[in-house]
Design a protein around this ligand. Structure first.
Ligand code: NAD
Ligand code: ZN
Length: 262
Protein backbone atom coordinates (compact mmCIF):
# COMPACT_ATOMS: atom_id res chain seq x y z
CA UNK A 1 0.00 0.00 0.00
CA UNK A 2 1.18 3.55 -0.65
CA UNK A 3 1.07 6.08 2.21
CA UNK A 4 -1.27 9.10 2.16
CA UNK A 5 1.67 11.33 1.28
CA UNK A 6 2.77 8.98 -1.48
CA UNK A 7 -0.75 8.76 -2.86
CA UNK A 8 -0.72 12.50 -3.67
CA UNK A 9 2.51 11.85 -5.59
CA UNK A 10 0.91 8.88 -7.35
CA UNK A 11 -1.96 11.10 -8.53
CA UNK A 12 0.47 13.74 -9.78
CA UNK A 13 2.45 11.11 -11.72
CA UNK A 14 -0.70 9.62 -13.28
CA UNK A 15 -1.81 13.11 -14.39
CA UNK A 16 1.60 13.85 -15.89
CA UNK A 17 1.54 10.54 -17.81
CA UNK A 18 -1.91 11.23 -19.21
CA UNK A 19 -1.07 14.84 -20.17
CA UNK A 20 2.36 14.13 -21.62
CA UNK A 21 3.12 13.90 -25.32
CA UNK A 22 6.09 11.61 -24.68
CA UNK A 23 6.82 9.94 -21.36
CA UNK A 24 9.93 7.85 -20.73
CA UNK A 25 11.10 5.77 -17.78
CA UNK A 26 14.65 5.46 -16.47
CA UNK A 27 14.99 2.41 -14.27
CA UNK A 28 17.64 1.04 -11.92
CA UNK A 29 18.31 -2.00 -9.79
CA UNK A 30 15.54 -0.97 -7.35
CA UNK A 31 12.85 -2.03 -9.84
CA UNK A 32 14.14 -5.61 -9.69
CA UNK A 33 14.63 -6.12 -5.93
CA UNK A 34 10.99 -7.27 -5.68
CA UNK A 35 11.96 -9.99 -8.21
CA UNK A 36 14.60 -11.22 -5.78
CA UNK A 37 17.64 -9.56 -7.39
CA UNK A 38 19.58 -7.46 -4.87
CA UNK A 39 20.49 -3.88 -5.82
CA UNK A 40 23.96 -2.38 -5.31
CA UNK A 41 23.51 0.62 -3.07
CA UNK A 42 20.14 0.07 -1.34
CA UNK A 43 19.88 -1.00 2.35
CA UNK A 44 20.31 -4.72 1.38
CA UNK A 45 22.66 -3.87 -1.51
CA UNK A 46 25.32 -6.13 -2.93
CA UNK A 47 28.09 -3.60 -2.20
CA UNK A 48 27.38 -4.05 1.53
CA UNK A 49 28.64 -7.66 1.16
CA UNK A 50 31.03 -7.58 -1.80
CA UNK A 51 33.92 -5.25 -2.68
CA UNK A 52 32.76 -3.10 -5.64
CA UNK A 53 36.14 -3.54 -7.31
CA UNK A 54 34.93 -6.97 -8.51
CA UNK A 55 32.65 -5.03 -10.88
CA UNK A 56 35.48 -3.21 -12.64
CA UNK A 57 37.01 -4.05 -16.04
CA UNK A 58 40.47 -3.96 -14.41
CA UNK A 59 39.49 -6.70 -11.93
CA UNK A 60 38.08 -8.79 -14.78
CA UNK A 61 41.32 -8.50 -16.79
CA UNK A 62 43.46 -9.49 -13.80
CA UNK A 63 41.25 -12.16 -12.24
CA UNK A 64 38.90 -13.50 -14.94
CA UNK A 65 38.33 -16.77 -13.04
CA UNK A 66 37.24 -15.00 -9.85
CA UNK A 67 35.09 -12.60 -11.89
CA UNK A 68 33.33 -15.48 -13.68
CA UNK A 69 32.72 -17.33 -10.38
CA UNK A 70 31.04 -14.17 -9.03
CA UNK A 71 29.07 -13.64 -12.28
CA UNK A 72 27.87 -17.26 -12.38
CA UNK A 73 26.03 -16.80 -9.08
CA UNK A 74 24.39 -13.58 -10.31
CA UNK A 75 23.58 -15.19 -13.66
CA UNK A 76 21.76 -18.11 -12.04
CA UNK A 77 19.81 -15.64 -9.91
CA UNK A 78 18.86 -13.48 -12.90
CA UNK A 79 18.00 -16.34 -15.26
CA UNK A 80 15.38 -17.68 -12.88
CA UNK A 81 14.00 -14.25 -11.85
CA UNK A 82 10.54 -13.21 -13.02
CA UNK A 83 9.30 -9.69 -13.76
CA UNK A 84 7.28 -8.08 -10.95
CA UNK A 85 4.30 -5.68 -10.79
CA UNK A 86 6.50 -2.69 -11.58
CA UNK A 87 7.92 -4.20 -14.81
CA UNK A 88 4.43 -5.27 -15.91
CA UNK A 89 2.96 -1.83 -15.14
CA UNK A 90 5.54 -0.16 -17.44
CA UNK A 91 4.90 -2.73 -20.19
CA UNK A 92 1.15 -2.07 -19.89
CA UNK A 93 1.64 1.73 -20.07
CA UNK A 94 3.65 1.27 -23.27
CA UNK A 95 0.90 -0.94 -24.74
CA UNK A 96 -1.63 1.80 -23.93
CA UNK A 97 0.53 4.31 -25.85
CA UNK A 98 1.37 6.18 -22.63
CA UNK A 99 5.08 5.36 -22.35
CA UNK A 100 7.47 5.58 -25.28
CA UNK A 101 10.65 4.04 -23.89
CA UNK A 102 12.31 2.38 -20.93
CA UNK A 103 15.96 3.28 -20.45
CA UNK A 104 17.38 0.78 -17.98
CA UNK A 105 20.65 0.38 -16.11
CA UNK A 106 19.67 -3.20 -15.34
CA UNK A 107 21.24 -6.18 -17.03
CA UNK A 108 18.60 -8.68 -15.90
CA UNK A 109 16.39 -8.48 -19.02
CA UNK A 110 13.21 -8.29 -16.91
CA UNK A 111 11.66 -5.37 -18.86
CA UNK A 112 11.78 -7.43 -22.06
CA UNK A 113 10.45 -10.50 -20.22
CA UNK A 114 7.52 -8.37 -18.98
CA UNK A 115 6.67 -7.38 -22.57
CA UNK A 116 8.16 -3.87 -22.87
CA UNK A 117 9.26 -3.36 -26.49
CA UNK A 118 11.29 -0.14 -26.66
CA UNK A 119 13.93 -0.95 -24.05
CA UNK A 120 17.38 0.66 -24.05
CA UNK A 121 19.82 -1.39 -21.95
CA UNK A 122 22.60 1.14 -21.33
CA UNK A 123 24.66 -1.27 -19.24
CA UNK A 124 24.27 -4.18 -21.66
CA UNK A 125 22.72 -7.48 -20.59
CA UNK A 126 23.46 -10.97 -19.39
CA UNK A 127 21.84 -12.75 -22.36
CA UNK A 128 25.16 -12.60 -24.18
CA UNK A 129 28.90 -13.02 -23.76
CA UNK A 130 31.47 -11.15 -25.84
CA UNK A 131 35.08 -11.85 -26.82
CA UNK A 132 37.32 -9.06 -25.55
CA UNK A 133 39.56 -9.23 -28.65
CA UNK A 134 37.52 -10.08 -31.78
CA UNK A 135 34.29 -8.70 -30.20
CA UNK A 136 32.29 -11.74 -31.34
CA UNK A 137 29.00 -11.87 -29.45
CA UNK A 138 27.52 -15.25 -28.48
CA UNK A 139 24.46 -16.30 -26.48
CA UNK A 140 25.33 -16.67 -22.78
CA UNK A 141 24.24 -20.33 -22.98
CA UNK A 142 27.24 -21.02 -25.26
CA UNK A 143 29.63 -19.57 -22.67
CA UNK A 144 27.95 -21.69 -20.00
CA UNK A 145 28.39 -24.81 -22.17
CA UNK A 146 32.11 -24.02 -22.50
CA UNK A 147 32.37 -23.70 -18.71
CA UNK A 148 30.54 -27.01 -18.24
CA UNK A 149 32.99 -28.69 -20.64
CA UNK A 150 35.87 -27.51 -18.45
CA UNK A 151 37.00 -24.31 -20.23
CA UNK A 152 37.32 -21.91 -17.29
CA UNK A 153 37.42 -18.96 -17.54
CA UNK A 154 35.60 -19.36 -20.86
CA UNK A 155 37.53 -18.44 -24.04
CA UNK A 156 36.47 -17.41 -27.55
CA UNK A 157 36.35 -20.43 -29.90
CA UNK A 158 37.44 -18.23 -32.85
CA UNK A 159 40.49 -16.38 -31.45
CA UNK A 160 41.14 -17.93 -28.02
CA UNK A 161 40.80 -14.66 -26.07
CA UNK A 162 38.80 -14.21 -22.89
CA UNK A 163 35.02 -14.06 -22.96
CA UNK A 164 33.26 -11.44 -20.82
CA UNK A 165 29.57 -11.23 -19.98
CA UNK A 166 27.59 -8.80 -22.17
CA UNK A 167 27.05 -6.50 -19.19
CA UNK A 168 29.12 -3.32 -18.95
CA UNK A 169 31.63 -3.21 -16.11
CA UNK A 170 32.76 -0.14 -14.17
CA UNK A 171 35.34 1.89 -16.14
CA UNK A 172 34.11 0.39 -19.42
CA UNK A 173 32.54 2.70 -22.01
CA UNK A 174 28.76 2.63 -22.48
CA UNK A 175 27.78 1.15 -25.87
CA UNK A 176 27.54 4.15 -28.20
CA UNK A 177 24.23 3.26 -29.82
CA UNK A 178 22.46 2.81 -26.48
CA UNK A 179 23.95 6.04 -25.18
CA UNK A 180 22.85 8.04 -28.23
CA UNK A 181 19.35 6.58 -28.11
CA UNK A 182 19.00 7.40 -24.41
CA UNK A 183 20.18 10.99 -24.92
CA UNK A 184 17.64 11.41 -27.72
CA UNK A 185 14.87 10.05 -25.45
CA UNK A 186 15.90 12.41 -22.63
CA UNK A 187 16.06 15.41 -24.95
CA UNK A 188 12.74 14.78 -26.66
CA UNK A 189 10.53 13.60 -23.80
CA UNK A 190 8.26 15.93 -21.88
CA UNK A 191 8.00 13.65 -18.84
CA UNK A 192 10.65 11.41 -17.29
CA UNK A 193 10.17 9.00 -14.39
CA UNK A 194 13.34 7.83 -12.60
CA UNK A 195 12.38 4.57 -10.91
CA UNK A 196 14.38 2.53 -8.37
CA UNK A 197 17.71 4.15 -9.09
CA UNK A 198 20.06 5.81 -6.61
CA UNK A 199 21.03 8.25 -9.42
CA UNK A 200 24.68 7.99 -8.48
CA UNK A 201 26.02 6.23 -11.58
CA UNK A 202 26.83 8.30 -14.67
CA UNK A 203 25.76 8.79 -17.42
CA UNK A 204 22.36 7.46 -16.27
CA UNK A 205 22.18 10.04 -13.48
CA UNK A 206 22.67 12.79 -16.05
CA UNK A 207 19.60 11.84 -18.13
CA UNK A 208 17.00 13.37 -15.74
CA UNK A 209 19.10 16.56 -15.59
CA UNK A 210 19.16 16.71 -19.38
CA UNK A 211 15.40 16.12 -19.60
CA UNK A 212 14.72 18.89 -17.07
CA UNK A 213 16.98 21.31 -18.98
CA UNK A 214 14.91 20.66 -22.10
CA UNK A 215 11.75 21.55 -20.19
CA UNK A 216 10.46 18.08 -19.28
CA UNK A 217 8.77 17.32 -15.95
CA UNK A 218 10.59 14.86 -13.69
CA UNK A 219 9.22 12.35 -11.18
CA UNK A 220 11.40 10.22 -8.89
CA UNK A 221 10.10 6.99 -7.38
CA UNK A 222 12.54 5.46 -4.91
CA UNK A 223 12.57 4.05 -1.42
CA UNK A 224 15.32 6.43 -0.30
CA UNK A 225 16.12 10.07 -1.13
CA UNK A 226 18.31 10.65 -4.21
CA UNK A 227 20.64 13.54 -5.10
CA UNK A 228 18.12 14.73 -7.73
CA UNK A 229 15.06 14.94 -5.45
CA UNK A 230 15.54 18.71 -5.26
CA UNK A 231 15.09 19.27 -9.00
CA UNK A 232 12.18 16.81 -9.37
CA UNK A 233 8.59 17.99 -9.82
CA UNK A 234 7.26 14.95 -7.95
CA UNK A 235 9.08 12.66 -5.50
CA UNK A 236 7.47 9.49 -4.14
CA UNK A 237 9.30 7.53 -1.48
CA UNK A 238 7.79 4.05 -1.62
CA UNK A 239 8.13 0.59 -3.07
CA UNK A 240 8.13 0.65 -6.86
CA UNK A 241 5.65 -2.25 -7.16
CA UNK A 242 3.04 -0.50 -4.97
CA UNK A 243 3.59 2.90 -6.56
CA UNK A 244 3.52 1.83 -10.22
CA UNK A 245 0.53 -0.47 -9.71
CA UNK A 246 -1.41 2.49 -8.22
CA UNK A 247 -0.20 4.80 -11.01
CA UNK A 248 -1.35 2.34 -13.70
CA UNK A 249 -4.79 1.97 -12.10
CA UNK A 250 -5.26 5.76 -11.99
CA UNK A 251 -4.05 6.24 -15.57
CA UNK A 252 -6.55 3.59 -16.73
CA UNK A 253 -9.37 5.34 -14.84
CA UNK A 254 -8.40 8.72 -16.26
CA UNK A 255 -8.13 7.43 -19.84
CA UNK A 256 -11.42 5.50 -19.62
CA UNK A 257 -13.14 8.50 -17.94
CA UNK A 258 -12.04 10.73 -20.79
CA UNK A 259 -13.25 8.16 -23.33
CA UNK A 260 -16.70 8.14 -21.72
CA UNK A 261 -16.96 11.93 -21.69
CA UNK A 262 -15.95 12.22 -25.35
P1 NAD B 1 21.51 1.19 -6.98
O1 NAD B 1 21.71 -0.10 -6.26
O2 NAD B 1 22.57 2.22 -6.92
O3 NAD B 1 20.19 1.91 -6.41
C1 NAD B 1 18.97 1.24 -6.29
C2 NAD B 1 18.00 2.18 -5.57
O4 NAD B 1 16.73 1.55 -5.56
C3 NAD B 1 18.39 2.45 -4.10
O5 NAD B 1 18.35 3.84 -3.88
C4 NAD B 1 17.31 1.72 -3.30
O6 NAD B 1 16.94 2.41 -2.13
C5 NAD B 1 16.17 1.68 -4.27
N1 NAD B 1 15.26 0.53 -4.10
C6 NAD B 1 15.59 -0.77 -3.88
N2 NAD B 1 14.48 -1.54 -3.86
C7 NAD B 1 13.42 -0.69 -4.06
C8 NAD B 1 12.02 -0.88 -4.13
N3 NAD B 1 11.46 -2.08 -4.01
N4 NAD B 1 11.24 0.22 -4.33
C9 NAD B 1 11.79 1.47 -4.44
N5 NAD B 1 13.11 1.69 -4.39
C10 NAD B 1 13.93 0.62 -4.21
O7 NAD B 1 21.12 0.82 -8.46
P2 NAD B 1 21.24 1.71 -9.77
O8 NAD B 1 20.88 3.12 -9.51
O9 NAD B 1 20.58 0.94 -10.84
O10 NAD B 1 22.82 1.65 -9.93
C11 NAD B 1 23.33 1.42 -11.06
C12 NAD B 1 24.05 0.05 -11.18
O11 NAD B 1 23.45 -1.09 -10.60
C13 NAD B 1 24.05 -0.24 -12.62
O12 NAD B 1 25.38 -0.36 -13.00
C14 NAD B 1 23.31 -1.55 -12.82
O13 NAD B 1 23.83 -2.19 -13.95
C15 NAD B 1 23.56 -2.21 -11.55
N6 NAD B 1 22.76 -3.32 -11.05
C16 NAD B 1 21.81 -3.97 -11.83
C17 NAD B 1 21.04 -5.01 -11.29
C18 NAD B 1 20.00 -5.67 -12.15
O14 NAD B 1 20.19 -5.84 -13.35
N7 NAD B 1 18.87 -6.04 -11.56
C19 NAD B 1 21.25 -5.40 -9.96
C20 NAD B 1 22.26 -4.74 -9.19
C21 NAD B 1 22.97 -3.69 -9.76
ZN1 ZN C 1 37.50 -13.81 -30.23
Amino acid sequence: MVSALASRGVEAIAELIVKSRKAVALTGAGISTESGIPDFRGPQGLWKRVDPKIGTIEFFMEHPDEFWRFQLDRLKEMMKAKPNRAHYALAELEKMGKLSAVITQNVDGLHLKAGSKNVIEIHGNLRTAVCIRCKRVIPIEEALRLIESGVFPPKCEKCGSLLKTGSILFNEPIPEEALTRSYIEAETCDFMMAIGTSLQVYPAAYLPVLAKRRGAKLAIINMEPTPLDDIADVVVHGKVGDVLESVLKLVKNMVEGRGQRA
